[in-house]
Design a protein around this ligand. Structure first.
Ligand code: ASP
Ligand code: MG
Length: 406
């Protein structure tokens, strides 16, 4: 007997028909002799609909009331799923976040989980009851409803799995696992059998949007094994887990790309102590996150400083930087939004040499110019012209032996 936590996303519970399918899968897991705790999202599109309603009423709705509103989608699906299981002859019981309770801090719309009371859930499980919890929501100490940020049901599921010390946390979604890259871009992308938390964090933050990033951080911290799989078939999906030896033998686990950044350069900057602080502090103060930074070595006491920011912040960043440039005596600024960042990710890089040069060669063979490079222990990223994104991803996917053979 195992304790299995299953999470079903919006598309998996998007219609009554699909809720029935979910109920059947839950029932099968229970019939196999397991204890089952289910976390569900709102029906697909529902949370967006609620957010739109709030924005119709006013531009920046009160945060407490926003959470009261957007958390309702999950109240519908937990009840429907519980009814469905009951009509099939099973004992099932639904819980809102506040009823569990899942205690969070009071940062509405992006609350963080503080603790989870497991006593009611455990008592139900002992009575052979299937427990169904609303994802995405919690309650703060004064009793106000909170939500965990968009996509937060993944984090709810992992946190509940951690609190219950569940054997596995299965995340059911509309794809059948984590892929070596976006299969819509590279049809030869392969499903990954298992991936380490660290790699998954890089893949997720770089645009492979299968799991909410915070859920992976949570899983890493508490050692929860996540199984990402499809709710439409029975195939094995991808295990997100602690790094093991097999993972190290693979040079590159996946290729991510991000078209959401823009590049800004400050030209002819005096090469003096304190200049970087003068450039980047005002950006931080305006809540603009800087990603890659490159500074050239200067030969004449002047240097160029280039960095990337989210595209949505580019205009604001440029305004700030233009005034900084004047005050520090730089010769000018420039910007480019038509860039993309391509990254190769793999824990195998730690123990293998030559990965970077293989990446650069593959890009150069296609005549793709590399504008910026950054590296970390398990990732190498290159900024290139946006129009070459697809080509770059495809050639790297092939160069690192990731293509599916069929
Ligand atoms: N329903 C919420 C959302 O759409 C939470 C989730 O689906 O994970 O963001
Ligand atoms: Mg999701």
């Amino acid at each position: 007997m195992a304790l299995v936590v299953q999470k079903y996303g919006g598309t998996s519970v998007g219609t009554v028909e699909r809720i029935r399918n979910v109920a059947e899968r839950v029932a099968r897991t229970f019939d196999a002799g397991n204890e089952v705790v289910v976390i569900v999202s709102a029906m697909s599109g529902e949370t967006n609909r609620l957010v739109a309603l709030a924005n119709e009423i006013c531009e920046s709705p009160n945060e407490r009331e926003y959470d009261v509103l957007v958390s309702t989608g999950e109240q519908v699906t937990i009840a429907l799923l519980a009814m469905c299981l009951q009509s099939m002859g099973y004992q099932a019981k639904s819980y809102l976040g506040s009823q569990i309770p899942m205690l969070t801090d009071n940062t509405h719309a992006k609350a963080r989980i503080k603790s989870i009371q497991d006593s009611k859930i455990r008592a139900d499980l002992a009575q052979k009851t299937i427990v169904i919890c609303a994802g995405f929501q919690g309650v703060e100490e004064n009793g106000s409803i909170t939500t965990l940020g968009r996509g937060g049901s993944d984090t709810s599921a992992v946190a509940i799995a951690a609190a219950l010390k569940a054997d596995v946390c299965e995340i059911y979604t509309d794809v059948d696992g984590v892929y070596t890259t976006d299969p819509r871009m590279v049809p030869k992308a392969r499903k990954i059998d298992k991936i380490s938390y660290e790699e998954m964090l890089e893949m997720a933050s770089l645009g492979a949007k299968v799991l909410q990033i915070r859920s992976v951080e949570f899983a890493k911290k508490y050692g929860v094994v996540i199984h990402v799989r499809s709710s439409f078939d029975d195939s094995q999906g991808t295990l997100v887990m602690k790094e093991d030896e097999d993972m190290e033998t693979v040079l590159v686990a996946g290729i991510a790309f991000n078209k959401d950044e823009a590049k800004i350069s400050v030209l002819g900057v005096p090469d003096q102590p304190g200049i970087a602080a003068q450039i980047f502090s005002p950006l931080t103060e305006s809540n603009i996150t800087v990603d890659m930074i490159i500074q050239n070595v200067s030969s004449d006491g002047k240097t160029d400083m280039t960095f990337t920011v989210p595209k949505t912040d580019c205009k604001k960043a440029l305004e700030i930087i233009e005034s900084v440039a004047q005050s520090i005596g730089a010769s000018g600024t420039s910007s480019d939004s038509a860039i993309s960042k391509i990254s190769i990710i793999g824990v195998g890089m730690r123990s293998h040499a030559g990965v970077a040069s293989r990446m650069f060669e593959a890009l150069s063979e296609e005549g793709i110019n590399i504008e910026m490079i950054s590296t970390s222990e398990i990732k190498i990223s290159c900024v290139i012209s946006e129009k070459y994104t697809e080509l770059a991803v495809r050639v790297l996917h092939e160069a690192f032996g990731l293509n599916r053979e069929d």
